[in-house]
Design a protein around this ligand. Sequence first.
Ligand code: S3P
Length: 431
Amino acid sequence: MRLTIHPVRRLAGELTLPGDKSITHRALLLGGLAEGTSRIRHFLDSGDCRATMACLRLLGVELQRGGEETLLVHGQGLRGWQEPNDVLNCVRSGTSMRLLAGLLAGQPFYSVLSGEAQLRRRPMDRVTIPLRQMGAQIWGRSGGRLPPLSIQGGALQGITYHLPVASAQVKSCLLLAGLFAQGRTTVIEPAPSRDHTERMLRAQGVPLESEGLRHSLEGPVKALAPLEITIPGDFSSAAYFIVGALLVPQSEVLLRGVGINPTRTGLLDVLAQMGAQIELLNQREEGGEPVADLLVHSQELHGAQVGGELVPRMIDEFPILALAATQAQGTTQVRGAAELRVKETDRIATVCQALRALGAQIEERPDGFVIEGPTPLHGTLVESHGDHRLAMTLAIAGLIAQGETAIEGAECIGDSFPEFEPSLDTLIKGA
Ligand code: S3P
């Protein structure tokens, strides 16, 4: 699908963001392991989350609509999943594959995790190496480095593991395997990453301990309580409208019900460094997560330095940050973000290539990029490379570029934000 975008005069109005993708995956999986039925309100019905749902059905978990935006997950208990009679297809969802790998390592049956070519290129040794240390029998192509993964689940032992990279998927995979392991599983992160798994397991009655970067639980856990949860709006989806409202002159946008878990909002810190003032209104808690309404209006930005512990706190926001930097006065430098090379695409390469095609001054570095701004952008034909976050970034770029911006392969936006285009349309005032 080709998405064409034209420059707009301003963005204005209000929007409620769709449910958070990371939290939806966890609610589906942990609901599927609970004793009894979980009620998940405002869940994200996107391509990636549907992949997790389809895997759960093959594992014997029944899912049922419980009214608008609500899903009922009929949990089978920690030991009630059945051996799937087919390959578990994670499609393009890395979160589905890595979290399921941890859970399936502890199940007394055989399973295979695979997905589309894009996912079959992504590194899995970050989970197969520690899972093997826990005693799991898990195989993958290239010695366990690449999917498909095949798993003969069984007895596990707790380990203490220092994560080589800050990754919430790997941390979650190991803590989930730890539910089934004998003894204590301890994961030590190099920097804080999103903590949705820890919050949810605690809400289900698991005495998971977190002390700074160290998270641990004692296995085997007997049972998980069902969830009653309203999923907060996805900060990573809100990010496109935050930057859109900052860059399009005369804009004012209110984004309602956005999750502001500090392990996710590094972009707000960087934008503040760049001179932006974003108001957090009506701060509250929903589903054990902090939530607020975000009021954003257009503002002048200047360049910033991004690196260190900020990186995992905004790991999915680098494409849209790069766009903001093209319009900021001076130099923006991103360092220590080599992880971007193993996302849905090599995001350092694809972001640099696409923004350069629109006229940006952006230079690739092994672990980031350097942008000189501001530069006027001009519309042209650009490629999403099947990366939803790049496609949405380019759509926002199209709002401020001269002429027409056409994004080839825009259907991937549905992986995280199927309602992106109609949501954007409601904010566009004056084409
Ligand atoms: C996610 C963690 C991050 C993020 C991804 C979702 C999660 O990946 O990029 O979109 O839900 O745990 P890594 O753990 O690979 O950093």
